[in-house]
Write a protein that binds this ligand. Structure first.
Ligand code: ARG
Ligand code: ZN
Length: 378
């Protein structure tokens, strides 16, 4: 049915990964509703309508204008922002907090847009460690870039009064890439809200986009990936074929000797995931990595009661090769996490704006727990 009726599988992402007695999330075009219902009833499969009109939830394209005002003080962190706003936000942030925040260019996207990342750093006499966080490698996961911006705001606003943040910045430089897949993110604003991949062109323009989180050079394109460029899990023509992936890889290689923690932010599922995605085997030191994740999940839960599960990527989500988390882990960074934010299957990728603030507040608590742990350890 997925191919003949053009169903859009959300969980798992490909039909091959559907297991007996597991829950499946699927978006069904209205045209296909009747045949799908009939087929399910025929096979005695139970189902529940999670969202009955997705177009309604996505809303009016007219409403998706810039929400940018000219100053940082009235930037609305409880709304989603188009890329042009995020670029302006990056500029304002570095202009108004130049003592703490600087912007740098990681590289260019396929459509030649600059990938600006922020470095949050306090002057120090001694050597420092580094932590990396990127958001928005998957275009439709809008809550992720919203969190990266929230994170920077919190650090900048509280670095003088909050002793926890003070302590962190004494020993650590934070690197934040608010939107990794910029071309894809823009495409979700202009054309297709549920686009996942980048926007590179393949097979003479018959298909577009690579799943950037399948393009890293780690067991590339062997599990949970596709060589078909129309697939949402297309791994690209070769490992690190995409400019966005290349840009991340080059920078990680540059900072790897001081890099102690790598965080890549996604949605949805409410998971804190560790290596590996490419195998159900567990890495050495898995126990420690998971203990830290569990502590983060329990701090996170204290904010609004949201429950997160922790475990390895392959065991909790699905098997996938070529992910950034695994590549960085195998580069030698033990604390390499994929964090899947809210929700847990009600709104999926279309998390309502009234959940941005609570999601960011709780995620902040979780992420700070991880950062404090690695700071104490190294
Ligand atoms: N962000 C996830 C990914 O990287 C998708 C999560 C939703 N899908 C799911 N199977 N729960 O693919
Ligand atoms: Zn994702």
């Amino acid at each position: 049915m997925c191919s003949s009726l053009q169903l859009d599988l959300w969980k798992p992402l490909q039909p091959e990964d559907i297991n007996v007695r597991s829950v499946v999330h699927v978006r069904i075009p209205s045209m296909a509703l009747q045949p799908v219902k009939e087929a399910m009833l025929h096979c005695s499969l139970s189902f529940k309508v999670l969202v009955d009109n997705l177009a309604h939830l996505i809303g009016d394209p007219e409403a998706k204008r810039s929400r940018m005002r000219r100053s940082l003080s009235d930037y609305d962190y409880t709304k989603y922002h188009p890329m042009e706003d995020i670029y302006s936000w990056i500029n304002l942030m570095t202009e108004q907090h130049s003592d703490l925040v600087t912007q740098h260019n990681l590289g260019l996207t396929y459509e030649t847009r600059p990938m600006h990342y922020l470095k949050i750093s306090k002057p120090s006499s001694g050597p420092k460690k580094s932590i990396w966080m990127d958001c928005g490698i998957h275009a439709r996961e809008w809550i992720a870039p919203a969190f990266c911006q929230w994170f920077v705001k919190e650090i900048v606003q509280n670095h003088e009064k909050d002793s926890r943040i003070k302590k962190i910045l004494k020993n650590i430089d934070l690197y934040v890439l608010p939107v990794l897949n910029i071309d894809g993110y823009i495409y979700t604003w202009t054309t297709e809200r549920l686009w996942r991949k980048s926007r590179s062109k393949h097979e003479n323009g018959t298909c577009y986009g690579v799943d950037l989180n399948r393009n890293f050079n780690v067991k590339w394109c062997s599990l949970g990936s596709s060589t078909n460029c129309t697939s949402n899990l297309y791994c690209g023509e070769s490992p690190v074929s995409e400019p966005e992936t290349k840009a991340v890889v080059n920078f990680m290689e540059t900072i790897k000797s001081e890099l102690i923690c790598f965080l890549t932010i996604h949605s949805y599922s409410q998971y804190i995931l560790t290596a590996y995605g490419y195998s159900k085997d567990l890495p050495k030191n898995f126990n420690e990595t998971i203990t830290v994740a569990s502590k983060a999940a329990s701090e996170l839960k204290k904010k609004h009661g949201t429950v997160y599960r922790v475990g390895s990527f392959a065991n909790l989500l699905y098997e996938a090769s070529g992910t950034s988390q695994d590549w960085v882990h195998d580069l030698g960074v033990q604390f390499s996490y994929t964090i899947e934010l809210r929700d847990n299957g009600t709104y999926h990728f279309i998390l309502p704006e009234d959940q941005i603030q609570p999601t960011c507040e709780e995620t902040m608590a979780g992420v700070l727990t991880i950062i404090e742990y690695v700071n104490d350890k190294y």
